[in-house]
Design a protein around this ligand. Structure first.
Ligand SMILES: NC(=O)c1ccc[n+]([C@@H]2O[C@H](COP(=O)([O-])OP(=O)(O)OC[C@H]3O[C@@H](n4cnc5c(N)ncnc54)[C@H](OP(=O)(O)O)[C@@H]3O)[C@@H](O)[C@H]2O)c1
Length: 290
């Protein structure tokens, strides 16, 4: 079944790398792109585990300062520990525990970040919940509580995080935002209805937020995009054997893009440009033109 359209691909994406060898492979980034990330400030949600942890540590390896968020402080500490084991300067990793469902928590987190920096260069929305296993037929049998948990975390939580981060993102010459979606956002797989709906909404949130920010900040270099991270072994997917570091290469390509890059587009972790709804695949190469 063809769930999405593919077109242009980004060459040089490395999905299978040893994170400990980051100095050698730079996750596939040319030196100049790697160096663009130096000294930048990013906020990563879901950074205590899985993809969020790998993205945060790769950014710190490149010399960015990362504010790492999740609800469990012990998981955020584990992220810092993993960074130290990888030889990354973890003084660049600052734990900011937050529940993205709570505006109060997010306000507190932003105040915490503002004590360190007046602006953020980027935000990566990786925090999410999977489909609960309560029932195989969630759209006909799931509790309202289970529906609300997934939709409020994956959709409302990502929106609230963006909204809370706006004063910091809007304070610089430009900013990057990434939403981690899923092919579930293009799918209608039975048993996963609420999660599919949440990811489809995340796709629309990403594209709509990109369009709104382009209009609100016409003078700024705004690049807000949606990335499908694919399968990897994380807390929410114990069935995969793939490393979550597989997503890092494409994430860094997008976050290090010079001014004039994509805004409101969809990408896969292997470098493919995707279509969603009325949005066609981004037509320019992401790496070779710079
Ligand atoms: N792994 C896959 O195969 C796969 C496939 C497709 C898409 N994805 C997407 O990739 C992204 C990352 O997921 P992952 O695979 O890395 O799974 P994961 O390890 O379960 O990470 C999800 C993170 O979200 C955090 N989180 C959940 N609710 C939160 C809340 N209310 N406030 C703040 N943080 C919250 C969790 O930390 P706390 O519990 O400590 O808050 C956790 O660290 C998600 O958007 C997911 O949908 C994953």
């Amino acid at each position: 079944m063809r769930l999405f359209q593919k077109s242009v691909a980004t060459p040089g994406i490395l999905e299978n790398v040893q994170p400990a060898s980051w100095r050698e492979h730079r996750f596939g980034l040319p030196k100049a792109r790697w160096e663009r990330l130096q000294g930048k400030d990013f906020w990563i949600t879901g950074a205590g585990t899985g993809y969020g942890r790998c993205i945060a540590l790769a950014l710190a390896a490149a010399g960015s300062r990362v504010f790492i968020s999740g609800r469990r402080i012990e998981k955020l500490r584990e992220t810092v520990g993993e960074g130290a084991e990888l030889g990354i300067d973890v003084r660049r990793c600052i734990a900011v525990p937050v529940d993205i469902k709570s505006e109060e928590d997010l306000t507190r987190a932003v105040r915490h970040i503002q004590l360190v920096t007046p602006s953020l260069y980027g935000l990566v929305n990786s925090a999410a919940l999977p489909q609960p296993s309560e029932t195989a037929f969630p759209l006909t049998g799931q509790s309202v509580a289970a529906w609300t948990d997934v939709l409020t975390t994956n959709v409302t939580g990502s929106w609230l995080t963006c909204k809370a981060a706006m004063p910091l993102l809007g304070n610089g010459e430009g900013f990057r935002v990434l939403f981690l979606s899923s092919f579930a956002g293009w799918a209608s797989t039975p048993g996963f209805g609420p999660y599919n709906i949440s990811k489809s909404a995340v796709n629309t949130l990403g594209a709509s937020f990109a369009a709104e920010c382009a209009m609100r900040y016409p003078e700024k270099d705004v690049q807000i995009n949606v990335l499908v991270p694919g399968e990897a072994r994380t807390e929410m997917n114990q069935g995969s054997m793939e490393s979550p570091y597989a997503v890092v290469s494409m994430v860094l390509v997008l976050l290090s893009h010079p001014p004039g890059g994509p805004n409101g587009y969809f990408f896969n972790r292997d470098g493919q440009h995707l279509a969603f709804a009325y949005t066609p695949p981004y037509s320019q190469p992401l790496l070779s033109m710079h």
